[in-house]
Design a protein around this ligand. Structure first.
Ligand code: ATP
Ligand code: MG
Ligand code: MG
Ligand code: MG
Length: 481
């Protein structure tokens, strides 16, 4: 079953069950606490919180999502993409656990002729929050899932929140057993590679306050109503229904992957390192295409930095794969393929093709110039490090690469790791800080014109500098949503 058909089927099922189909919102989040939309519920957050009245009690959508937190998993696990699509059904104070669980079961197990996905019920496992007897009994008694295939899990896995203040609640996840060739038995608790999480049903009933991480936060209280929020990974469902090993081999991502193999002169499936590289390229080219289509442009902060990092990573991977040191440009062709395969679900991509290409091509040229000028210095410094019997690339060299050649630290870290070297990041950061402090002093001096400014400099020194979090801040923002 093609990806576009899976999405169509999901939406049709819920439309037939009284849901209003709502188009995907832009990846650029309207919610100021998030850079990019990372789940299907994000556009509906004000409805859950009771801040706005929804125009419908039930909705369904196929929402574009980007999770920067998953970037480092891409290519290595079978199931994480940086951009993916979340199919979801939502109830705003309408139905709750007793209705959503049978809905999900029916759609997953009804035959294809009956409008379902035709999954073998014997292969489905579910998890519930550790004290959620109600959800467990619905699965067992109403739906008929045997107790052996229902597992209980704690906060980390079965309590969902956006990662920022907002609605939250216990959840129940549905997993598909891919079989013994994918790992050990024992259900999702034992092996999340063999048992692939496909759908999460969230019982949105509480509001979370600030606090960090997945588990370390305070529950402020009940939401005005009990709601339902679900998320099914479209790419994961496609991998199952298309009988392939991972999401990168499905009809959409697989087409970009094969094109990347062809352009780089590599073969997919012969060598794990090459395979990871090709999966990263396929994923990142698609993510970049979708971000640019939603108006993001490469930059040094926030969303622009996420895009820049993703694009640069795909460009470098293509160079490494093809073993070409020369200025060969691959992005135009790969982007064209991404636009073509995603165009079925997002026809607007075709109309915007020219703009998308111009943004991505310009970034590739820009990055090629950076690489051309900085690589010689990098190689010389790496050689020197190794010749001296060291394993750490110096912070001063990393700083010079950044300062003179515009090498982001991520790039230096990545290139150093390829040579088996770590980087002295502490020294790098203190040199960055020194430079910022100087720049700040200079800027103040400039503002004051030609007057004798030494008094102000002394004053500033005496009072200490303000914390300047520019670099580390957008670094961490880019990594963690
Ligand atoms: P995992 O545990 O596999 O990282 P998750 O529990 O973080 O997934 P949820 O937040 O529950 O994921 O999101 C709902 C659904 O979206 C998941 O059940 C999965 O099918 C899909 N999904 C989540 N993250 C990704 C991703 N990075 N790439 C593709 N699909 C994803
Ligand atoms: Mg996850
Ligand atoms: Mg999970
Ligand atoms: Mg989940």
């Amino acid at each position: 079953m093609e990806t576009a058909e899976i999405a169509r089927r999901f939406l049709a099922f819920f439309e037939n069950n009284g849901h209003t189909v709502v188009p995907s919102a832009s990846l650029v989040s309207e919610d100021p606490t998030l850079l990019l939309v990372n789940a299907g519920m994000v556009p509906f957050k004000p409805y859950f919180l009771g801040q706005r009245t929804p125009p419908y009690a039930r909705a369904a959508s196929a929402q574009k999502c980007v999770r920067t937190i998953d970037i480092d998993e891409v290519g290595k696990t079978s199931r994480h993409a940086s951009f993916f699509q979340m199919l979801g059904n939502f109830s705003f104070g309408d139905y709750f656990k007793a209705e959503v669980i049978p809905f999900a079961w029916k759609l997953l197990t009804d035959s294809a002729e009956d409008g379902g996905f035709g999954l073998d019920p014997e292969r489905l496992w579910v998890t519930v929050f550790f004290d959620d007897d109600e959800a467990e009994s619905i699965w067992r008694d109403k739906v008929g899932v045997p107790s052996e295939r229902i597992q209980r899990r704690g906060m980390e896995d079965n309590f969902w929140s956006m990662g920022v203040p907002g609605p939250c609640g216990p959840c129940s996840e549905i997993y598909y057993d891919r079989g013994p060739e994918y790992g050990v038995e024992g259900g999702p608790v034992a092996d999340e590679n063999r048992y692939l999480e496909v759908w999460n049903l969230v019982f949105m009933q509480y509001e979370r306050g600030p606090g960090s991480g997945k588990t370390d936060f305070e529950i402020l209280g009940d939401l005005p109503k009990k709601n339902i929020d679900t998320g099914m990974g479209l790419e994961r469902m496609a991998a199952i229904l298309q009988g392939v090993d991972n999401i990168y081999e499905t009809d959409t991502l697989g087409t970009i992957l094969r094109h990347a193999a062809e352009l780089s002169g590599t073969e997919y499936g012969a060598n794990e390192k090459v395979d990871v590289g090709l999966r990263v390229v396929a994923d990142h080219v698609r993510t970049a295409t979708m971000l640019v289509a939603d108006g993001v442009t490469p930059g040094n902060e926030k969303r622009g930095y996420v895009l820049r990092r993703i694009l640069r990573r795909s460009i470098r991977n293509m160079r490494l794969l093809s073993g070409t040191a020369e200025d060969r440009h691959f992005m135009h062709d790969l982007t064209a393929t991404a636009i073509r395969v995603m165009g079925d679900l997002y026809p607007e991509l075709r109309g915007n093709a020219e703009t998308i290409h111009s943004v991505i091509d310009a970034e590739e040229k820009n990055f090629s110039d950076t690489l051309r000028s900085g690589t010689t210095l990098f190689n010389r410094a790496a050689e020197r490090t190794k010749a001296g019997g060291h394993t750490q690339f110096s912070g001063a060299d990393a700083f010079q690469l950044h300062d003179t050649y515009g090498f982001p630290i991520d790039l230096t870290l990545e290139m150093a790791a390829e040579q088996g070297l770590s980087v002295d990041e502490d020294t790098f950061r203190s040199l960055m800080q020194e430079q910022r402090d100087t720049a700040k002093r200079d800027a103040k001096a400039k503002k004051l014109g030609n007057a004798d400014i030494s008094v102000y400099a002394r004053l500033l020194d005496g009072s200490g500098t303000t914390d300047f979090l520019g670099y580390t801040d957008h670094e961490s923002e880019a990594r963690v949503l």
